[in-house]
Design a protein around this ligand. Structure first.
Ligand SMILES: NC(=O)c1ccc[n+]([C@@H]2O[C@H](COP(=O)([O-])OP(=O)(O)OC[C@H]3O[C@@H](n4cnc5c(N)ncnc54)[C@H](OP(=O)(O)O)[C@@H]3O)[C@@H](O)[C@H]2O)c1
Length: 245
């Protein structure tokens, strides 16, 4: 896709993956609206920082109202939150923050810019964690799984924009550095933010079906994308239960 003069929103443009994606669009001549609480240090007239707390609906509305362009070509829902806590021992605050930012904020973004989405593309930066349950990441994993199925549901009615979900495995970012603090972790064998940028570029240049999910891995991560579905089907006509295909 030719990106010059395209109008793009990137949430969470102040750090990590979102920052790299915003930089990529700016380098290719797009106009970028970056939603975040902290400013990003892009020295580019095409970048417009929208100070926004995505946990707050009014702040999202207010942020969107600052966009003068009548059309948004690409929305990248990237901002996310990760805090480890036991799957049966977590605070309401962490539960709400995780789901509010990872699942509800992307929905509110689409709701609020809907009139500006015509023939547009929405890309959610979800996570491969949507399918890999883990005790200490239960809230994170389930919020990403909820995000994906919610957008599948949106797309059954709203056809003015395409939706793609990118599911990265581990990426070296401030979020992961904080999460892994004090742990022995093989930083050399994980993804870089540039790998996610490459994936966004490929998605925009490909003709993938609507709702496609794109896992991003490297050779160390092959096992993470093996099928995990444990679906068994009981058919009331045949009276048989079989493993789902
Ligand atoms: N790193 C990984 O291994 C990995 C793997 C799979 C998926 N992901 C996903 O990739 C996305 C980006 O993560 P990252 O690793 O790049 O993290 P990061 O470096 O911590 O960046 C997170 C971004 O989200 C923004 N953000 C957080 N809370 C916000 C709020 N309340 N309002 C507005 N913006 C907020 C932050 O901006 P401010 O603090 O300035 O507000 C920041 O720009 C997330 O959705 C994450 O789940 C990451």
């Amino acid at each position: 896709m030719e990106l010059k003069d395209k109008v793009v929103i990137v949430t969470g443009s102040s750090s990590g993956i979102g920052k790299a994606i915003a930089e990529f669009f700016l380098k290719n001549g797009a106009v970028v609206y970056g939603f975040s609480r902290r400013n990003s240090d892009f020295n580019n007239d095409n970048f417009h920082w929208i100070e926004c707390d995505l946990l707050n609906e009014e702040s999202i509305k207010n942020g969107v109202s600052q966009i003068s362009d009548s059309h948004i070509d690409i929305l990248i829902n990237n901002a996310g939150y990760l805090e480890q806590c036991d799957s049966l021992n977590f605070s309401k605050e962490v539960f709400e923050k995780t789901f509010q930012l990872n699942m509800i904020a992307p929905v509110l973004m689409v709701q609020n810019i809907l009139p500006k989405l015509k023939g547009s593309v929405v890309i959610n930066i979800s996570s491969i964690s949507d399918r890999l349950g883990d005790n200490m990441y239960a809230l994170y994993c389930s919020s990403k799984a909820a995000l994906n199925i919610y957008f599948d549901s949106i797309s059954t009615k709203y056809k003015d924009f395409k939706i793609y979900s990118i599911l990265p495995d581990y990426v070296d970012t401030p979020m992961l550095r904080k999460d892994m603090e004090g742990k022995d972790f093989k930083w050399d064998s994980i993804l870089k933010t540039s790998d996610i940028v490459d994936t966004v570029k490929l998605v925009l240049d490909s003709d993938l079906p609507n709702n496609a999910r794109i896992a991003v891995i490297n050779n160390h991560m092959i096992e993470d994308v093996e099928p995990i579905e444990k679906l068994f089907v009981y058919n009331s006509d045949s009276k048989k239960m079989e493993k789902g295909k």
